[in-house]
Design a protein around this ligand. Sequence first.
Ligand SMILES: *Cc1c(COP(=O)(O)O)cnc(C)c1O
Length: 455
Amino acid sequence: MSAGETVKFVLTEADLPTHWYNLAADLPSAPPPPIHPATGEPVGPADLEPLFPMELILQEVTQERWVEIPGPVLDVYRLWHPTPLFRARRLERVLGTPARIYYKYEGVSPAGSHKPNTAVAQAYYNKQAGVKRLTTETGAGQWGSSLAMACAFFDLELKVYMVRASYLQKPYRRILMETWGAQCVPSPSPDTASGRRFYEQDPNHPGSLGIAISEAVEDAASRADTKYSLGSVLNHVLLHQTVIGLEAQRQFELAGDYPDVIFGCVGGGSNFAGLTFPFVRDKLAGKNVRIVAVEPTACPSLTRGVYTYDFGDTARTTPLLKMHTLGHTFIPASIHAGGLRYHGMAPLVSHLYEQGLIEAIALPQTKVFEGAVLFARAEGIVPAPESAHAVRAAIDEARRCAETGEEKAILIGLSGHGHFDLAAYEAYLAGKLEDYEYPEEAVQAALADLPQVAR
Ligand SMILES: *Cc1c(COP(=O)(O)O)cnc(C)c1O
């Protein structure tokens, strides 16, 4: 590598996107709408009003291509945006690849991930609507901490139901939430009817995202001053994340390059959507770009799940979403350390997969952490275990390029850093991580519980 080659493609605050990009405006066919579990009819704004402010409900269904980002949201975004696009020159050398590897890094946000991009917007719209208090669920704690920060900025109370297994394993995320002023309780908790069902059977119940969502939804629906906030899956969440891809497109212009293939990790689908939807727009307009979603073999909703209507939560309280799902009763294996544990996939991402506009692969966790460590030793940044799925897939692609001599441009969605996930790295470094393939019988059993209306 010669001196003076650019490593970071940085935009100024003046280049910050002023609008979010809404892919729905450009899709050749609309994804199936959410439906009411009792009637099978599409849900209307009135069904969602107990949970969300009207502005977010409207964003859920808007067909406008561009949605203006409110000034107070931009003011907060400027604390860490535009985020850098890196050229991974050191990793390229380690791999001996002719590929050009780039990563868009969202770990520079105060919470260490992409999640504040929507947390800030959601807190703002709730505040505007006169809401005093929010509830949410969190798994590993990235979402809870991001929303805690956003609620501190907009002076809202927040109660976070945190999956108990993570609450016990990851005390620092809880402390982060409390530092930003939120209340955080382990879920299942005795505080809600849906929590008590599990808590009374087993006060040490490890919990799941599905159960924690039920608790947060019940809490919000039962209080007039409170609304619910979701960190992934829904259209408005994906919309807010598109600042990532819009910035990346301009940064590729600065680099005089364009990605041949993009890898993003998928849990509920929000960072993947945020990075790739602006590129999906290019693809629909004729650009040749491969877009690959990477998930764990322990929670393979896109690659092994069924595309059908399912509940978003375990207590069957949400509308039915048409998505790739492992079933709403899914409980992730406790040996799985890599995050990305949600049973379903964002309806928009599921739709793109059905349409063949994106691809999906699943990776086992030892490979994922091996890739993460290789990346950390070459580039310095310790990836979030979630992001490491995209990193590993990109490393495999770059190695294929080394064999074939192809000079592809590869883009990684590096959705966050792993500073609060060092226990998972510790387990990997000590040789204690095992691979886990979600068993086919479990997929079949969970699908037997799908709602009637879906059949
Ligand atoms: C939460 C999280 C994810 C997974 O959620 P998506 O909605 O699929 O993006 C991925 N990476 C990081 C760093 C996260 O915090």
